[in-house]
Ligand binder design. Sequence first.
Ligand SMILES: N[C@@H](CCC(=O)N[C@@H](CS)C(=O)NCC(=O)O)C(=O)O
Length: 286
Amino acid sequence: MTQAYVPPKVWTMESENGGQWASINRPDSGSRFEQVLPIGQHPIQLYSMGTPNGQKVTILLEELLALGIHQAEYDAFLIKIGDGEQFGSGFVEVNPNSKIPALMDRSLASPIRVFESGNILLYLAEKFGHFLPQALPERTEVMNWLFWLQGSAPYLGGGFGHFYAYAPEKFAYPINRFAMEAKRQLDVLDKQLAKQTYIAGEEYTIADVAIWPWYGNLVLGNAYNAAEFLDVQSYQHVQRWAKTIAERPAVQRGRIVNRTWGEAWEQLAERHNAQDIDRVLAQQPK
Ligand SMILES: N[C@@H](CCC(=O)N[C@@H](CS)C(=O)NCC(=O)O)C(=O)O
């Protein structure tokens, strides 16, 4: 057995821990350098990256545009979180928590900043009046699942994904703990989706938009190289739901925005108009 770790009386940061994201992590917040964020021509300015949290917002924006809502036109600028761009003064003004995604709504006389991806989904759904039912019981069920996702995904990403895919070494204790939790969460979703087409009922809502980039990508084998390890095939209702959503044109468009890895046809660093996405998707092999 390796020597047990004995915590010191007071924790201090002694060195980088070597994990994939180690160089950007520090125990303090706030801006680290001066930065002016670019502003494009559209009312909505998004500063993001094509991680699951980023995909939530670009998928919803593309869904709104697919409904013909031109006011949802947006510029999506890439924030390279691996290079620490979220710690620039401009980004910190939009999100003091230094995490993507962050959005500025410049359609108003006094622009509004919106951060936290779940809140951005809620803001856009309310602003444009789509993907969130108005009646209290149905709306509450959507919010139940939106909050569920915001509370649960950190165990999948920061817990399971971190220790299984990104940590400098494989440690049994956290991998066992978070694999169990990830599978428990998948079972929650599977039981819910056994009863109905979408997460919150028969209607596709922002709850699905929030959950798919995390748990949909996971069961489709697009996250952490963990499909076999977590036996994702066994969650048949989540599989059915994930595939149905993956077929939506707006999902296929939104998932590639601010993404700079994967196949060439899934990478679009910045989006300023619909043709930017069309051009990339046209490279997809038939
Ligand atoms: N609760 C936040 C989480 C956002 C988040 O964790 N973003 C990650 C990328 S997916 C990030 O910006 N990480 C950069 C960092 O931690 O410095 C949300 O839902 O918006």
